[in-house]
Write a protein that binds this ligand. Structure first.
Ligand SMILES: Cc1cc2nc3c(=O)[nH]c(=O)nc-3n(C[C@H](O)[C@H](O)[C@H](O)COP(=O)(O)OP(=O)(O)OC[C@H]3O[C@@H](n4cnc5c(N)ncnc54)[C@H](O)[C@@H]3O)c2cc1C
Length: 381
């Protein structure tokens, strides 16, 4: 049997591509996932922030489309864990006031509510942020929300299965072989054939394509998050502190997720430390204590690490790698908020329905490049 399409990797990107494929009328689509469940790697480890505060206008479009898809999954399933609208407060020192102003204007021009708050307003709305420097300014974006990528991906796969999607979990693809009429997907001694293949294997994508003879300019780097227990509870929105790059995400009445950007060194997706470092745990606890005295009595529940994929220009790699072979990856650490849209885009390109030469995965011919964070407000780093 030859599939019309095989999608490799069932994170937020791959599952969204799969649903778009069967909705678009393809009748033999296979989604292959190495793990026993969908969205169980980076997608499961994410903070789940979805915000319009991204530096590139195209990213804003993808966030907007992804929002629609998250919202749709939420309405279809009535699963309240898929989406929670907390709003986000972005904090900056006075030197970045202009940057916040500019970003607020960009959002407002797009019809998105974005209010600049002075410290008195911040204290009034969120008195628990009682340790801020009095010169701090804030940007309040009430439409920002938190998603549970695993709940979303499960609902998407359920919907896609009802429309004819085949799914193979616990199946790791070893290699891809391309010939003039099909791509064969090698799984141990088994070969599956497809008219086209879309690789959405997250930070494994470069490794998988490397084994198949294609070089993808993507370097995986490690991102950590901790879950803090606030025994007395707390009243906070999502918070992003630009001075320290610390972000907070509510996770139930007593648990708060806290992370602080990235460690900018390359890691092998099959061999990295998946628990948080002790140094990270104590650093992040101290940073949260600098924001709120509520954290004085908080304790660490757990911490973990996942990977993100950096590209030379901090833009995703979405498009054709070879005849019949396509990829969508290069998340730069903020691929939950854009993933549903980028999965869909990868699918459209694979079907010849969209062209985005500027995202061509082979556009970088150079060699090594520095790993840089993606989720920033600055355009140049
Ligand atoms: C700690 C942390 C916090 C984050 N916070 C946020 C946030 O708040 N907001 C945000 O937007 N983003 C965040 N991110 C980034 C976000 O998690 C990723 O960008 C996103 O999950 C990428 O989705 P994906 O589908 O591309 O990858 P993944 O979810 O990793 O999916 C790829 C899948 O491919 C499978 N796979 C790999 N190789 C093979 C193979 N050979 N055969 C079969 N299957 C294979 C894997 O098992 C995996 O399930 C965070 C990331 C981390 C690590």
């Amino acid at each position: 049997m030859k599939f019309e399409l095989i999608i490799i990797g069932a994170g937020v990107w791959g599952t969204s591509a799969a649903l778009a494929a069967v909705r678009g009328g393809l009748t033999s689509v296979l989604l292959v996932e190495a793990n026993a469940g969908v969205a169980s790697e980076s997608s499961a480890k994410a903070g789940g922030i979805v915000t319009d505060l991204v530096w590139h206008p195209e990213d804003m479009d993808w966030v907007q489309r992804s929002r629609q898809l998250y919202q749709e999954a939420y309405e279809r399933t009535h699963d309240r864990s898929i989406l929670r609208r907390y709003g986000m407060l972005t904090l900056a020192d006075p030197y970045r006031r202009d940057l916040l102003h500019r970003r607020a204007k960009v959002l407002q021009d797009r019809g998105i509510v974005a209010d600049l708050w002075e410290i008195t307003k911040i204290y009034k709305e969120f008195p628990e942020l009682d340790r801020l420097n009095p010169e701090t300014v804030g940007l309040w974006t009430p439409g920002d929300f938190h998603v549970n990528p695993t709940a979303y991906a499960e609902s998407v796969v359920d919907e896609a299965r009802n429309r004819g999607l085949s799914v193979r979990l616990g199946t790791r693809v070893d290699r891809l072989d391309i010939n003039s009429v099909s791509v064969s997907v090698q799984i141990g001694s088994e070969s599956l054939h497809a008219e086209r293949v879309l690789v959405t294997a997250g930070t494994w994508s470069a490794k998988l394509l490397g084994k198949s003879g294609f070089h993808l300019p993507m370097r995986p780097y490690r991102v950590q998050l901790s879950s803090l227990d606030f025994p007395q509870g707390y009243h906070l929105p999502m918070v992003w502190d630009l001075q320290t790059d610390v972000y907070l995400v509510p996770d139930g009445p007593r648990n708060l997720l806290a992370g602080d950007g990235t460690r900018l060194s390359e890691h092998d997706p099959d061999d990295y430390q998946t628990t948080g470092d002790e140094a990270f745990e104590s650093h992040i606890a101290a940073q949260v204590t600098n924001l709120t005295s509520q954290a004085d009595t908080a304790g660490l529940r757990t911490s973990w690490a996942g990977l993100a994929g950096s590209t030379p220009d901090r833009r995703p790699l979405v498009g054709q790698v070879a005849e019949r072979l396509f990829v969508a990856c290069g998340d730069q650490g903020f691929g939950v908020m854009r993933g549903p849209a980028l999965g869909e885009l990868g699918l459209k390109i694979a079907l010849g329905e969209a062209k985005t030469p500027h995202l061509n995965p082979l556009r970088h011919r150079g060699g090594d490049f520095p790993i840089r964070p993606g989720f920033t407000l600055e355009e140049e780093l």
